[in-house]
Write a protein that binds this ligand. Structure first.
Ligand code: AHG
Ligand code: MN
Ligand code: MN
Length: 365
């Protein structure tokens, strides 16, 4: 009787993928394995919870009660610890020219003692961190881009690449089990962490999102700030069998985008955090480079769709590192329906003066 059922490890999966490219150096595989190691260390910290002293807010510089990141959000201890895990597990390997993260205002330079490489790593070290203290699933999101040749240091402009340029993207979810979901542009594969061996094992091959669904996710407390196409879509879902859709819908909201994305990869659904008029200084809640683009890449690779509501999310040319954007993703037919509501609105859905060309909210993205 074998000690373990043979399963493909993440390492074996990456090596077998690489064999299809005889000229590949192995740098990419080393990078992904280091990212996986960072995720494993975060998973352990999350699992210990209060016992590990990792819950609660981080204290700020010079004795301030709390620490606030460039987004103006209070940082949790685990936001900072997870950020450090990503930096220190990946910076030494010679695969990266630089990194950028939700928790750092400026791009991170590879320390001078380490060689520079051909990739850029962009990440949200802990997504859904408001859920950490209440023991609800959180995750980490990452995206790999190519760096220009011979970069000795990185600046913001090096990272401003549309999502279509991503080499790979994925997330880890720290739930009842820890999983790593990965795309290198040839579909989406899911790996479950074997807690005894500390290895990610391939458990979900070539995932496909059902094109239709009766489940939607949106923070309904923002409904008064939504634009008409979103109001219309949600009203129709809520009307259920008695409305124009002729079927009942379920609603979910976890407030960890990673957990919503995971549910959608497993059984379909649609997620919306649309552009709204809540805060005129922000064009949405989620960040383009390290939340929307990697999740968008996974969705599209699983046969789903990811959009601003007006155009594919991965077609958007980024203008700044921490840019926010409206994001809608999931089952293809539902996302296309929402896009149609935006792009061919009914007369009564035309934008209010708040959203005209000359107003605070630009109508383009
Ligand atoms: P983060 O913890 O990285 O700041 O991201 C949280 C995001 C996302 O995960 C989630 O969908 C959304 O914020 C939750 O927003 P609400 O607080 O409006 O529910
Ligand atoms: Mn996040
Ligand atoms: Mn985060």
């Amino acid at each position: 009787m074998p000690l373990t059922e043979h399963r493909t490890t993440l390492t074996q999966f990456l090596i077998e993928e690489r064999r299809r490219y005889p000229d590949a150096s192995g740098d990419f595989n080393s990078l992904i394995l280091n990212v996986a190691l960072a995720c494993k260390s975060i998973s352990r910290a999350v699992a210990f919870g209060e016992l590990g002293g990792v819950l609660g807010n981080a204290s700020g510089a010079s004795g301030a009660d709390t620490s606030v990141n460039v987004q103006g959000e209070t940082q949790k201890k685990l936001d900072i610890m997870s950020n450090e895990a990503f930096l220190h597990v990946t910076e030494w390997g010679g695969q990266l020219a630089g990194m950028a993260s939700e928790e750092m205002e400026l791009p991170y330079q590879i320390p001078s003692q380490f060689p520079k490489g051909k990739y850029l790593l962009v990440f949200d070290p802990l997504d859904g961190s408001s859920n950490i203290d209440v023991n609800v699933s959180v995750g980490s999101i990452f995206s790999v881009l190519r760096a220009a040749d011979g970069l000795e240091s990185v600046s913001e402009s090096d990272f401003l690449q549309p999502g279509t340029q991503q080499v790979a993207a994925g997330y880890a979810i720290y739930g009842p089990s820890t999983m790593l979901m990965l795309t290198v542009g040839t579909g989406v594969n899911g790996f479950t962490l074997d807690p005894n061996l500390g290895e990610f094992m391939l458990t979900h091959s070539d995932l496909k999102i059902p094109p239709d669904t009766n489940e939607f996710a949106i923070n309904a407390s923002n409904s008064r700030f939504w634009e008409e196409p979103i109001k219309r879509y949600v009203d129709e879902c809520v009307a259920g069998k008695s409305g124009s859709r002729g079927k009942d819908f379920n609603m979910r909201w976890i407030a960890s985008m990673v957990a919503e994305a995971h549910r959608i990869l497993m059984r379909g659904g649609v997620f919306m955090y649309p552009r709204d008029s809540k805060d005129p200084s922000k064009c949405g809640r989620l960040r383009l480079l390290y939340e929307a683009n990697p999740i968008g890449f996974l969705m599209e690779q699983a046969g789903g769709r990811a959009s601003t509501g007006r155009q594919p999310i991965m077609a958007v040319q980024p203008t700044s590192l921490h840019q926010r954007i409206g994001l809608i993703f999931g089952s293809r037919n539902e996302v296309e329906r929402i896009e149609a509501y935006h792009n061919t609105p009914r007369k009564e859905d035309l934008p209010s003066p708040l959203f005209t060309e000359r107003s605070l909210f630009r109508v383009s993205a």
